[in-house]
Design a protein around this ligand. Structure first.
Ligand code: PLP
Length: 412
């Protein structure tokens, strides 16, 4: 056949949905073992089994929007004016600079916009700087477009605070973006204002105002202390920032696919306009959902109670998960402060790599987690990511098995 698969497909990796592990799951399931899924960051996963779903006031509005029969067409490629207005107004409350509808672009999930933004800005010779552990989409997409990926470490013993000196050293004349993710996937750490403003200052000074920050704040409504999370774009007027946010996490509905970006402090609109041009290729985002997302943001007061109860449930489960990990000999984890992830480390045991540990845990106990090397860690560091979204009873069952797995294997 003359048609062949491009090399970049073989170079691309995405451990969260690794097809090889999916095959192991099939084999384990075929033996009659129960599978404990701790691998996917989706509160609506498993057909609603975790008990989180789209907030009621949005569900009602979406039904209303659909019933009007007026929102079945393609949307504007940048996003419908109503939703961009609502995003700008909400962003203004977070003190985000340049929060105006014309600076907002709406997509089918933030993932789509990350891919497009890299598509319009990255090529061979450019580099991007991402935190390590990373969120693998950033590394996969940057490499897809031929750019170099440089990492700055998040330091575990400092509660996953970023190594700012390393960040500074990575920036050079070819740096296209510095990525910051807070609250963080995969560690669940939450950066305080001081550290966020330090990042903005370092990037501003070393990048001479030419290096933009991609500030992924998709988990900003999921801080366990219930406090509003400061926006990177509120700290400096000299650093261009793209604030990345969306419907998936803060509104517990990743499957509906709506994300957005907002451009702050860019000296000219060229990158924003290039992104809008590319967004026209796929015609549009989902119009009905955009209308209801506008309602969701404009009527946030209707969400207060449900949001509190969801966040409390999330916090309880994640903290229960972290305590359970720390109660098991041979495992250690920093307690998360937001989002719904934790990033434990195997500190004792016979496994040489994270993947060896992860596969054995799956084969012996049916527990599915993701190896830390999928997030840019070295395999021998033996980190793994867990998403403790299941009920306390579900987690208790799984952690009992995990405890005996560790005991058995450490004794070997
Ligand atoms: N950014 C981070 C840090 C994420 O964890 C995720 C999803 O897990 C995304 C972006 C993707 O968001 P979306 O569902 O809007 O594509």
């Amino acid at each position: 056949m003359t048609l062949s698969i491009a090399k970049r497909v073989f170079d691309a990796e995405y451990a969260i949905r690794d097809p090889r592990m999916a095959q192991v799951v099939k084999e384990v399931r075929a033996t009659g073992k129960k599978i404990y899924e701790f691998n996917i960051g989706d509160p609506g996963a498993l057909r609603g089994e975790y008990g989180f779903s789209m907030p009621e006031y949005i569900k009602k509005d979406l039904i209303r929007v659909i019933s009007t029969g007026k929102h079945d067409g393609y949307a504007n490629e940048q996003g419908e004016p109503e939703v961009r207005e609502a995003i700008a107004a909400d962003s203004k409350k977070r003190k985000i600079a340049d929060a105006k509808p014309e600076n907002v672009v709406v997509g089918n999930g933030l993932s789509e916009l990350i891919g497009y933004l890299f598509g319009v800005t990255l090529e061979k010779g450019k580099n991007i700087i991402v935190p390590r552990p990373d969120y693998p989409l950033y590394t996969a997409m940057a490499r897809w477009y031929g750019a170099e990926v440089r990492h700055y470490d998040l330091i575990e013993k400092e509660g996953w605070l970023p190594d700012l000196a390393q960040l500074e050293n990575c920036i050079d004349a070819n740096t296209a973006w510095v990525v910051s993710i807070h609250p963080n996937n995969p560690t669940g750490s939450v950066l305080r204002s001081e550290a966020m403003s330090q990042i903005a200052n370092i990037v501003g000074e070393k990048g001479k105002g030419n290096v933009p920050i991609m500030s992924d704040e998709i988990y900003h409504r999921l801080r366990f202390d219930g406090k509003p999370h400061p926006a990177m774009a509120s700290f400096s007027e000299d650093v261009p920032v793209v604030t990345m946010d969306g419907f998936s996490k803060g509104f517990y509905s990743p499957g509906w696919r709506l994300g957005h970006v907002l451009f702050s402090n860019f000296p000219d609109p060229a990158i924003r306009d290039a992104l809008i041009k590319v967004c026209a290729f796929r015609l549009s985002g989902n119009q009905a959902l955009q209308m209801s997302y506008a309602h969701a943001l404009n009527e946030l007061h209707q969400y207060e109670e449900e949001q509190k109860s969801y966040l409390n449930r999330m916090k309880e489960r994640v903290i229960f998960g972290a305590r359970s990990v720390n109660a098991i000999g041979g495992l250690k984890v920093v307690q998360p402060e937001g989002a719904f992830y934790m990033f434990p480390r195997v500190v004792k045991g016979p496994w040489k790599t994270d993947s060896e540990f992860v596969e054995e845990l799956l084969r012996q106990e049916g527990i599915r987690v993701v190896p830390g090397s999928g997030f840019g860690m070295r395999p021998e560091e033996r980190y793994f990511r867990m998403v403790p979204l299941g009920s306390k009873e579900f987690q208790q069952e799984a952690f009992l098995k995990m405890g005996s797995f560790m005991e058995r294997n450490i004794k070997l």
